[in-house]
Design a protein around this ligand. Sequence first.
Ligand code: SF4
Length: 57
Amino acid sequence: MSQSRHEILPGVGCDVTSCKYNTVDCRCCAETIRVRNEKAETKGETYCSTFCPRGSC
Ligand code: SF4
């Protein structure tokens, strides 16, 4: 699901600088985000499914 860059999401900080929604001050400008992995049991098993590498979507 691709979406366009939007206003900055209040309260969301993100250090994934390779994502096209990441801003210079490490915030997120997607319209919404979704964190996935229903089977996650550790922090590392969760992931942002809204992530989109720069230049590829
Ligand atoms: S979409 Fe997800 S990975 Fe990308 S900047 Fe926002 S929170 Fe970070």
